[in-house]
Design a protein around this ligand. Structure first.
Ligand SMILES: [Zn+2]
Length: 413
């Protein structure tokens, strides 16, 4: 194992212990563990010789400046928030590969034809507010101000969190203007089984599937679990449960091009001897075909309305976020593919079913991604694992990619 891989692994393990829970890795956006991890990343970027700033949503951005005054920005990033009971590779791996790239590039900074930015994005998972990409949307300049009023389970809004240290009016100041972007690159674990199946350490990504995130509420009537007759109840949970099975049915019927999940559910009053009066749950639905995705969301809405009417429940359907499918840039991906081939790996180009920060960046800049093999395709789980050898390949491919870009863009200057 080379020095860069060893350093990256030490740091990955260190970040993996920074959690809000004593039992597992849990690092929701803007929590104490999140702040602590951000401070460490800031320290490591500074040590790598980058000029580091933290913006009002919590993105940590380190820049290695080109000496060319017309230089544009090339951004390498990933996220440092996590889901609850997470693995340690999802997110931090991409940031730490970025820091290794910066350490490598520092020695050759004179020849750098673009400003190399390493960014640790604040909130990609969206576990706290059910809104992903809060961080990358700020850097891309497409942060949706309507998100500011969204509240977490404790009733704290995004706006309140930002205004603890910063000012929401300053959000646009932290964007890289669209005409100053050169491109974006993210290294991420595959979170699927294909690379393991092909016995391959890394591959390029051709695009990211479209995704809608919804919050759906069902309102019925609370009642005594012992005295309310079964046929006179308005049980909000039974409505939600019937709908969840419909979601599964639709997903199974179109399993070649759709996945759909009810992953979070809150019951009120959540008491064993009271009929649930209100249930709020998430719906996460994804497809590479946007038109088909829209059609399926419409169909599910009709099914939910039918269930609610039949059960005399009120329903509230809230589309929290809708992200179209995104394609990776062909020219930059060719430079990445060449970097992969140069270490003797056969190029493969996969579609990402998982969302990534590149979704937001793709609105303003060409994006590229590198997937690294994850054991058994497991992620969002403490069993997540990527071997040191595969990480070493990811670092080497990224260095070769940087060299290819330096040549490609250096010629033009
Ligand atoms: Zn991730």
């Amino acid at each position: 194992m080379n020095q860069a891989t060893q350093r990256l692994l030490d740091r990955l393990n260190q970040l993996g212990t920074i959690s809000n829970s004593p039992d597992c890795l849990s690092r929701y956006y803007a929590t104490p563990a999140f702040e602590k991890a951000g401070d460490l990343l800031n320290e490591w970027m500074t040590e790598a010789g980058l000029i580091v700033t933290k913006d009002c949503v919590g993105n940590i951005r380190g820049i290695l400046h080109s000496q060319n005054s017309d230089a544009k920005h090339f951004v390498v990033g990933s996220h440092y928030d996590s889901v609850h009971n997470a693995g340690k590779y999802d997110g931090p791996l991409g940031i730490l590969v970025g820091i290794e790239l910066a350490i490598y590039a520092k020695e050759k900074a004179n020849a750098l034809p673009f400003h190399l930015n390493i960014v640790a994005f604040a909130d990609e998972e969206g576990a706290r507010f059910n809104t992903s990409y809060l961080g990358s949307s700020v850097l891309a300049g497409n942060f949706n101000l309507e998100w500011l009023d969204r509240k977490d389970d404790d009733g704290i809004s995004i706006k309140e969190l930002i205004e603890k240290e910063g000012n929401v009016a300053s959000i646009p100041n932290y964007a890289i203007p669209a005409d100053e972007w050169l491109g974006y690159y993210e290294v991420h674990i595959e979170q699927g089984p294909v690379l393991e199946d092909k016995n391959q350490s890394v591959c390029s990504v051709k695009g990211i599937a479209g995704q809608d995130r919804l919050t759906i509420s069902w309102e019925g009537m609370a009642g005594h679990a012992g005295t309310s007759p079964m046929d006179l109840r308005k049980d909000a949970y039974c409505g939600a449960a019937e709908f969840a099975l419909k979601v599964e049915e639709v997903g199974l019927k179109h399993k070649e091009k759709l996945v759909a999940t009810v992953g979070k559910l809150n019951l009120f009053p959540n008491t064993s001897n009271v009929i649930p009066a209100k249930v709020t749950h998430s719906l996460d639905i994804r497809s590479a075909d946007k038109q088909f995705l829209n059609q399926m969301v419409d169909d599910l809405n009709k099914m939910a309305t039918e269930i609610a009417e039949r059960r005399a429940l009120k329903i509230n359907w809230d589309l929290v976020q809708s992200n179209p499918p995104v394609a990776c840039d062909i020219r930059l991906t060719q430079a990445l593919t060449n970097a992969i081939s140069s270490i003797g790996i056969e190029p493969t180009n996969l579609l990402s079913g998982a969302g990534h920060d590149g979704v937001m960046i793709a609105e303003v800049a060409p994006i590229t991604m590198l997937f690294v093999r994850s054991r058994a395709g497991i992620s969002h789980n403490p069993l997540e694992y990527t071997s040191p050898e595969d990480i070493q390949d990811a670092i080497q491919v990224s260095i070769n990619y940087l060299e290819n870009l330096t040549l490609a863009f250096g010629d033009k200057e």
